[in-house]
Write a protein that binds this ligand. Sequence first.
Ligand code: CA
Length: 229
Amino acid sequence: MTDRILIVEDEREIAEILTLYVENAGFAVARATSYQEAVRQHAQFAPDLVLLDIGLPGGDGLDVLSSVRRRVDTPVIMVTAVDDEVTKLSSLRIGADDYVVKPFNPSEVVERIRAVLRRTRGGRLRRLFAAGPVEIDLDARTASCGPAENRQRLPLTPSEFGILAHLAAHPRRAFSRAELLEAISPDSDAYDRVVDSHVSNLRQKLMMAGCPDIIEPVRGIGYRLWAER
Ligand code: CA
């Protein structure tokens, strides 16, 4: 399984050099150049690690770090232009896993990425879990359902997968549309009704795979995954 690295850096040259080294080291890379893009890419690309520049347009790297930490514990390496103790301490306090000062040697950054991934592997998120007849693999971003001997892979869009994974992580808990929307696309301006259309398609796909009524509407609230088995 190829590890996915999100590089958040607004200086194009630095981003390109980092991408080159990180890709050559065998990782898959996505890039973001602003606060908004970083938060969106973090939700959509679901990286295994984020390389995060502190000076960004639209809100700084520490804001991105806080936003990521509110939801999951993806490892984060902060990158900064100034070797300043205050910034370093606040990054570590908010939950950064390591800290690199510019100008850096890109090979060393790759080594740090490897070291942080080794260190954080395992004890973090539960990457593969089942809720009733539904099985979620967060690494492969796939979901399947049905009895063990005839489990079917569900052909889901990234948003549908995000909603299903979020519901399945807390079976029987009712989530509001706003919570589900936040889970699949934080800081989005989309209407809550967008969630209804994703859920409707999701339920259709679950039904086709032989798992009807797994997701049920909760009147006045939103949805829950009903996994009583
Ligand atoms: Ca910058």
